[in-house]
Design a protein. Structure first.
Length: 378
């Protein structure tokens, strides 16, 4: 097993990123991830009832076929709450890219991130797509991972390689997100690519399992986005045997989960205005759902998060959050342990005393800088 703290595309994948002018800053804002052969695709999306046009487009596309070859992503504009025009713009983006790459529109996934309620500047996307396609390369991942960012301070990236019967399997992931982070799904865009050969229904099963222990276990501000997307593509170009079950599946799931967990934790560490990373572990739960609900209650408590920022060891904030989350609880069995608050990583341990289930959730502190960033975001 090899782990690289950078994005290295698996066999058969290319990428590109350009500055099309969507962002007023002039930074890269249009990215393309491309498989040279058709790939199995599995996606998860936000559970927010308000969903951006790209998500509606992708859901319809995935319902027709799980096989795709391209993901085009714009930052700086969410294409959300944009009505019929937003849906038409998402579809036109896919049609334009398909024409440039010679693949079917049905093979294109679309994602957007940025400000809600503004129509996409399609003239800039139309001009940018040919530049994207002409710039496709294995090294293009460097610009692509930057082009998906918004308020992020750093890129989120990771690559894992492992052996399957003598063949090297690569799993690579990149993500964006630092605000509006809440579970189901964590507020972000995340794209994972692998050259593993895996059955579509097995890939979907693995993605759900990996997300549950990673992206669905983080919260920065408890605010759920309209554009959350986790997209995983597997093109089989490692030429290994087909993954269906057994040890091959276990190894793949481990690698995929590692990539997702690293990206999820990276999102929290880059939380808007965050000065501390917080790991909350709740044990003694009657079941996993109970333990996770308690952990998330602490993670989403503004009183607790501001106390951590102020390095104020107020155990009452934790106890109150757990007690108010609606789970069955015996106060006499509740135990709370809070690690040193002057450190960059703060550890919180809670014991419910109701069973043996454990859940771990990750969050960040809440600072004046968070307020400043979001008050000025436009």
């Amino acid at each position: 097993m090899e782990i690289f703290k950078k994005a290295i595309l698996p066999k058969g994948f290319l990428a590109a990123g350009v500055a099309s002018g969507i962002k007023r800053s002039g930074k890269p804002d249009l990215a393309l991830f491309f498989s040279e052969v058709p790939a199995q695709a599995a996606c998860l999306f936000t559970s927010n009832k308000i969903q951006a046009a790209p998500l509606i487009f992708c859901k319809a596309s995935l319902k027709k076929s799980p096989v795709h070859q391209a993901i085009i992503v714009n930052s700086g504009n969410a294409n959300c709450f944009t009505g019929k025009k937003g849906l038409a713009d998402a579809e036109e983006t896919a049609v334009l890219l398909a024409a440039q790459t010679g693949i079917s529109k049905a093979g294109v996934l679309v994602a957007s991130t940025g400000i809600i309620g503004r129509p996409l500047p399609m003239e800039k996307i139309r001009a940018g797509i040919p530049l994207l396609v002409s710039g496709l390369s294995t090294e293009g991942i460097t610009r692509a991972k930057t082009a998906i960012l918004t308020t992020d301070k750093v890129s989120k990236e990771i690559t894992v390689r492992y052996k399957q019967a003598g063949k090297t399997i690569t799993v690579c992931g990149v993500a964006k997100g630092s605000g509006m982070i809440a579970p189901d799904l964590a507020t972000m865009l995340s794209f994972v690519f692998t050259d593993a050969f895996i059955a579509g229904y097995i890939l979907r099963k693995a993605v759900r399992a990996a997300a549950e222990s990673s992206f669905n276990c983080i919260s920065i501000d408890g605010c759920m986005s309209t554009n959350d997307t986790l997209a995983v593509m597997a093109n089989g170009e490692a030429l290994a045997s087909r993954i269906v079950s057994g040890r091959d599946y276990d190894a793949f799931l481990w690698a995929l989960s590692y990539v997702c967990r690293h990206l999820a934790i990276s999102l929290v560490k880059d939380g808007e205005g965050a000065s501390k990373f917080i790991r909350i572990k709740v044990g003694g739960g009657k079941n996993y759902a109970q333990a996770k609900k308690a952990a998330l209650a602490v993670a989403n408590s503004n009183l607790f998060k501001t106390a951590v920022y102020g390095e104020n060891p107020n155990f009452g904030r934790i106890a109150a959050a757990v007690g108010g989350c609606g789970i069955e609880l015996n106060p006499e069995k509740l135990k709370v342990k809070l690690g040193p608050l002057h450190q960059k990583e703060v550890l919180v341990d809670v014991e419910l005393g109701a069973g043996k289930a454990t859940a771990v959730v990750y969050t960040s502190d809440l600072t004046p800088e968070y307020i400043k960033i979001n008050a000025e975001y436009n």
